[in-house]
Design a protein around this ligand. Sequence first.
Ligand SMILES: [Zn+2]
Length: 129
Amino acid sequence: MSESRMCDEVQAQLPSYVDRSLSRVRRRLVGLHLRRCQDCQRAFSAERDLAAGLKVLSAPAEEPPEGLLDELLAQAARPGVKGRAAVPARGAVSGARPALSVALLVAGAAAGTGVGYGTWRGVRRLRRR
Ligand SMILES: [Zn+2]
């Protein structure tokens, strides 16, 4: 078997090697090849990083905190803080009135939730009548 053929073989088995589902014999062969092949070592690091990244993504602790959107909506809806809530949007929408910026902020946040979308659809349905 040529060297590059061996590399193809090894790299094809890297996912199983990383998640330890490879048989002991194959695992040993891959390990031996990795020790003397830099190309496959690089591929191995990439595969390992990918597996680690996927683990982080699927971990419950990494999900955005529940209620963050509710908090944002509550803050934007509170009459007293309208001016302050509009500050980040004011730069992006130059010349727009603060109240309009808040409305855009709320609409954007509400569209991101199922409840917000439902409300929005309900409002549209009411207006059509
Ligand atoms: Zn190799």
